[in-house]
Structures are given as C-alpha cells and as structure tokens.
Design a protein around this ligand. Sequence first.
Ligand code: GLY
Length: 291
Amino acid sequence: MAWCMVATWPFSLAGLEQAARQLQAGSSALEAAIAVARRVERDPEVDSVGLGGIPNLDGIVELDAAVMDGRDLSIGAVAALQNCISPVLVADRIRTSTAHQLLVGSGAEKLAAAMGLERTCLLTDKSLKTWQEQKAALAARQSIPVGHDTVGIAALDLNGDLAAVTSTSGIAMKLAGRVGDSPLAGSGFYADNDVGAAAATGLGEEIMKGCLCYEAVALMRSGLEPQTAAEQAIRQLHRRLARTRGSVGEMALVCVDRQGRIGAAANHASFQYAAAAPGQDPAVRPAPQVS
Ligand code: GLY
C-alpha cells in the first residue's frame, strides 16, 4: 500500500517533512494532515493562516478551517472563529464529538473554550502594521494585495485512508463575518476513500462558484489521474468564469488518489506546493498553470 501527501505553498514544507515520517511509520492521513495545518497555524511568519493572519476590515483575525475523513465522509469545520490559535483542532472536535459539521463565530469560540484551548490574541506586531498600511491604502483609494494563501493538505496513509484539511485567515480586508471556500465541503476540500482527496487555495469567492474540490474528486472518480483531474477542474472553472465575467481571481488545488498519485494545478504562475511520497523526498514544486 502507498502513502503520499501534498500541501499548498512552500510554507507547508517543514510540516510536511515531519508528516511524511509519520505517514511512513503508519500514522493516519487525518492525523498527519492535521499536524501540518497546526504547524502552519502557529507560525507567525505565515500571514494568511492562524497566528499573524491578516485581520478583517475591523482589525480582527477571523479564521476558517476544516477536516474531512475519507473513510466515512465525516466533516468538521469552523468559520469566522476568533481568538483561537488552532482552528483545525476545533474543526476536528466538531467532526468527532458533535452532531454538526460547521460552527461559526461565537459558537465555534464557545466550543474552543470548552475544549480547554487558550484564548489567544492572533494579531502580531507585523500583522497589525500590515493592517494599518492596508487601511490607509484603502482610505487613499489605492489597491491592496489580496492575500488568500490557505494551507490545504490532501493525504493518503498506508491503510489506504484519505483525508483533506484546510486552514486560513481568508482574504485581507474582508468584511466581518465573511466566509471563504476553506470551511465549505466540496469547495475548499473533499476526501472520499473510494476515490481521492483534494484541497484548494485562492480566492474563495471564485472557488465556491465551481465547488472546485468536489469537481476534482469527481473527475478522478470518472477515471482521470490526479494531475489531469486537477488541471481539468481548474481549466473548466476558469473558462466558465472568464466567459461571462472577463477577469478571474486566482485559484489552485492539490489532490491525491487512492493509488498514491499526486496532482496540482493553478490558473496563475505563482502557485507552488509541497509533496512527499515513498522514494520522493519532501520538496516544493511549481504547479502547472492552466486557463
Ligand atoms: N481560499 C481562502 C479564502 O478565500 O478565504
């Protein structure tokens, strides 16, 4: 039986190196993928996930995260969660210990407190400074960079089980309460042991329009290998949006199938991802650009 893991953006590499060793030693895909997300969530240098994530328009960091277990299609997700450094842990608790799939805002925060997770201020000096600069730029009617680099992980373990995990602070200067694709099953992530798993990064408002990750898994289900499925899912949504709206925001996805094959694609040139599999040392690779 094979194992493999693929994760969005170079900032996943350190976590993926550790997770690759865990997978090789028999850890579950879910456990290993959650460990990668947790590491990125705690890294204050990553300005689009967890601690140090860029705050919303009001200066408050609101986080989205999700976990999906390909064995039984169980899902846990949080949206607009404040003051919690490990949204992915809260998402997983929703999956395992509640009758629900998605908790938002104060409800998610209440669960985090009940789990004994410490209330943490997620603003750092750096993210506060960026927010102040972006606020000033908006007031001066200048454009700001639209950061939306989600950590998204798709993994297969030695047991043949698949998982998908996401975590993000969402787009910069979002309205309070805005929710992106990352906690929405089928849009930001999907995993089914019968087929494969996928996770997305990019502009949630675009990704949601095509249920991008469900589409990638559906294409694998129809017989496409992961690389072809990733490219086709991105290409067809990009073209559909371009046909009626002209410009299209950035979108990218990573995926794996139950045979341990990996895929990745984006509609822009800057997307890179980290991948590991037996005989392939963990490494960052550029994804093919398709549109
Ligand atoms: N893909 C992350 C977001 O749009 O919030």
